[in-house]
Design a protein around this ligand. Structure first.
Ligand code: S3P
Length: 190
């Protein structure tokens, strides 16, 4: 049922210039940032961009390849550059990698660069979504479930600090999250 929010979003975007700003989705791996982001972009009539995809396209390598060659610090440098690149221009819906908030300068750029929404997710849901995937180097540990719990606990305060709004995704389908986000954006710019 994305049709309805789509039509609503476009109307609101035209009526209110503030709705034209970037929307930046932050949150842990497996929170649904890309899925929700694509639907939201369609609803608002904005371009959708994923920072991980941008990094891979710019580098001509996959994220695991970048981690293997340059380690996490090298990846974070590329990520910071990609973030700056996608925040320029727009309006866009921007889905970010789960660790983009680790650098204070990125947090600042995100808060200034648009409306930032934290898609919050619990560790069990993350594990359920990522257990069969292999493209996340930070979860290639002997105990990925424990790694998820630890990283999530460490990062939650930083997501909270960065976001203008937190949306709990537990038990929610992407379409209903998008409807709520469109309403929030409208209220925020009213
Ligand atoms: C990371 C999350 C990944 C990707 C990289 C590092 C992180 O993105 O940027 O593997 O530090 O949480 P997703 O959140 O899209 O999985």
């Amino acid at each position: 049922m994305v049709q309805e929010p789509g039509a609503l979003g476009k109307r609101q975007a035209r009526e209110d210039p503030d709705m034209e700003g970037n929307v930046i989705l932050i949150g842990f791996m497996g929170a649904g940032k890309s899925t929700v982001g694509k639907l939201l972009a369609r609803a608002l009539g904005h371009e959708f961009v994923d920072t991980d995809a941008r990094i891979e396209a710019d580098a001509g390598r996959t994220i695991p390849e970048i981690f293997a060659a340059e380690g996490e610090p090298g990846f974070r440098d590329l990520e910071s550059a990609a973030l700056r690149e996608v925040l320029r221009g727009g309006p866009r819906v921007i889905s970010t990698g789960g660790g983009v908030v680790l650098r204070p300068e990125n947090r600042e750029a995100i808060r200034r660069g648009g409306h930032c929404v934290w898609l919050a997710v619990d560790p069990a849901t993350v594990w359920d979504r990522v257990r069969r995937e292999t493209h996340r180097p930070l979860l290639r540990t002997p105990d990925p479930e424990g790694t998820i719990r630890r990283m999530l606990a460490e990062r939650e305060p930083v997501y909270r600090e960065t976001a203008h709004w937190c949306l709990d995704t537990a038990g929610r389908d992407p379409e209903s999250l998008v409807r709520e986000m469109v309403d929030w954006l409208h209220e925020r710019s009213a």
